[in-house]
Ligand binder design. Structure first.
Ligand code: GLN
Length: 310
């Protein structure tokens, strides 16, 4: 039997020794205020347990990790018709890249880069106001985490909107190409607030259980998304969840995962656990430096890599 509590304590102790912690994102001014010495990790298993170590109860800005929850909702609303508006291939480019969009006629490569996630937000906005769409996203995340206290951070959302020129460029280009169905400002009002959702590692690990347990929060519990949808979101996390660091993450960790510039990563060990880590310092491609290292250690110590081996 794998001793998860001891493994997590070991990992947190090892991470506390790390002096090279990466760079905290500062292109969203509000995010630059976060203490780079933070580190948290939580593991939610199918028996309803959540084991954690470090700063796992402190909320952080989940940023792009939100994209897996909005994608799940959009697939529930539109089904396979989503794939006419967004692709399923890794981009090999940074998360906010503009260059591919024009070559691809305004169809983003995948739903986990910014352009693709903005299309997904646009799908969730259909027949709703931005406030209603944001409420639907929050309701889904709260239900998955079994925690009604989860909300978005208004200061982060405002900070992102005030400086979101690249995301506006992406949204306006896609509107011109016919791939946004709403005023870009309305779509971005959803996107910026979903990215500003604040959650702790413990809350995020619980919210991710649907991907680990075929759509359920645990074996025998109610179905939140269909098993097919959970499988598809996992496959996209594996191929596209870390932008142009996705190949390296699959190589070193071997789990479907989604990162955010707030320093959080959600990783899924199918059938076994949902894992959330947080450390605000990022590596060169915008993924949490210590979060990635911690997941490498966890995958090695548990043998959870989907590719087998230790
Ligand atoms: N909200 C961020 C942005 O749009 C999300 C990016 C990320 O987490 N990688 O720039």
């Amino acid at each position: 039997m794998t001793d998860i509590p001891a493994i997590l304590e070991d990992i947190a102790a090892a991470m506390a020794q790390e002096t090279e912690r990466g760079r905290v994102a500062d292109y969203i001014p509000e995010l630059s205020k976060v203490d780079p010495s933070r580190f948290g990790i939580a593991v939610a298993t199918g028996d309803g347990r959540v084991v954690s170590a470090g700063d796992a109860a402190l909320p952080f800005s989940i940023q792009s990790v939100s994209k897996v929850f909005t994608l799940s909702l959009a697939l529930g609303r539109l089904g396979d018709a989503c794939w006419a508006r967004v692709g399923r291939e890794p981009s090999g480019d940074p998360f906010n890249s503009i260059v591919q969009l024009e070559a691809d006629d305004g169809i983003p490569r995948n739903p986990l880069i910014n352009a693709g996630a903005i299309v997904v937000s646009d799908i969730l906005l259909a027949e709703r106001t931005p406030e209603e769409a944001v409420s639907a996203i929050l309701g889904f995340v709260r239900q998955a985490a079994e925690d009604d206290g989860i909300d978005f951070d208004g200061a982060v959302a405002t900070s992102e909107s005030d400086t979101g020129y690249r995301n506006r460029a992406l949204a306006h280009f896609m509107r011109a190409a016919g791939n946004l169905h709403h005023d870009p400002e309305e779509t971005l009002a959803v996107y910026f607030r979903q990215c500003a959702i604040a959650m702790s590692c413990e809350q995020l690990a619980k919210a991710g259980r649907m991907f680990a347990f075929a759509g359920h929060t645990g074996p025998g519990s109610a179905e939140l998304i269909t098993p097919a949808r959970a499988r598809r979101v996992n496959s996209l996390m594996m191929t596209c969840g870390h932008y142009d660091g996705s190949g390296e993450f699959a190589f070193e960790v071997g789990l479907p995962g989604k990162s955010g510039v707030g320093g959080g990563i959600l990783a899924i060990a199918p059938g076994k656990a949902s894992i959330a880590v947080w450390s605000p310092g990022l590596n060169a491609v915008g993924n949490s430096r210590l979060g990635t290292m911690a997941l490498e250690l966890l995958a090695r110590k548990t043998g959870w890599s989907v590719f087998g081996g230790m």
